[in-house]
Design a protein around this ligand. Structure first.
Ligand code: DX5
Ligand code: ZN
Length: 225
């Protein structure tokens, strides 16, 4: 999958969780003009994770503003109930948690039936092998590098061997999924996940709170200079 990364180390998906919600449209327009690849949409239900963020209406309010596709991360119990709400012309990935689905295979099928790509995320204490039997049906694997629920947490380096596990499996068995990592990443540590083999880096606080967002985005993507 290295070809999709072009001349950078990884693609970037800024999480709007760290944006200024009173100026969400302006913040999204701003980062879209600075060379990002996806917008990461963190949806939290107060049940699967101990926090409530926002729902599909907030995401849809950005439809006329965002110029990159949505990468939707559902931190929601039994997300199959809500996936249809997140379908828009901008939606490229809908990602659910392995730990939140009674029927993961059926949930992946329901996402594909909507005509979008299906992602699966695993929490820091979930072993990568739990996804072995689903790898052929997954378009995106999202490795959590913090406990899901909050932005601004410290990066957990037990994510690194998991990223490499999925990279090696893909190479060995010829799967087509992309690998994404989420939580506690900025330009100071992005090289670690790039070296482990990630394709897409989620970054919330590091991008939206940066004094120079363009420099931070380029730093996270591993663009020299
Ligand atoms: C955590 C979310 C992340 C997080 C990223 O539950 O899924 O996307 O907000 O934010 P930072 O980059 O601030 O850790
Ligand atoms: Zn996320």
């Amino acid at each position: 999958m290295a070809e999709i990364k072009g001349d950078c180390g990884a693609l970037i998906a800024p999480s709007i969780l760290a944006a200024d919600f009173a100026r969400l449209g302006e913040d999204v327009r701003d980062v879209c003009e600075r060379g990002i690849d996806y917008l990461h949409i963190d949806v939290m239900d107060g049940a699967f994770v101990p926090n409530i963020s926002f729902g599909s209406a907030v995401m849809k309010s950005l439809n006329g503003i965002a110029t990159v596709p949505y990468d939707v991360h559902l931190m929601v119990e039994e997300p199959i109930r809500y996936i249809g709400d997140f379908l828009t012309d901008n939606t490229e990935f809908i990602t659910v948690h392995q730990e939140a689905c009674k029927d993961l295979r059926g949930t992946l099928r329901a996402i594909h039936d909507l005509g979008v790509k299906a992602g699966v995320s695993i929490k820091p204490n979930t072993a990568p092998e739990v996804l072995d039997e689903y790898l052929a049906e997954i378009d995106l694997i999202l490795v959590m590098s913090v406990e899901p629920g909050f932005g601004g947490q410290k990066f957990m380096d037990n994510s690194l061997p998991k990223i490499s596990y999925f990279r090696d499996k893909r190479e060995e068995l010829g799967f087509g999924y992309l690998i994404e990592v989420d939580g506690g990443i900025g330009s100071a540590n992005a090289n670690l996940v790039i070296e482990a083999g990630v394709d897409i880096i989620v970054a919330g606080s590091a991008v939206f709170k940066a004094a120079d967002r363009t420099a931070e985005i380029r730093g996270i993507k591993g663009i020299e200079g």
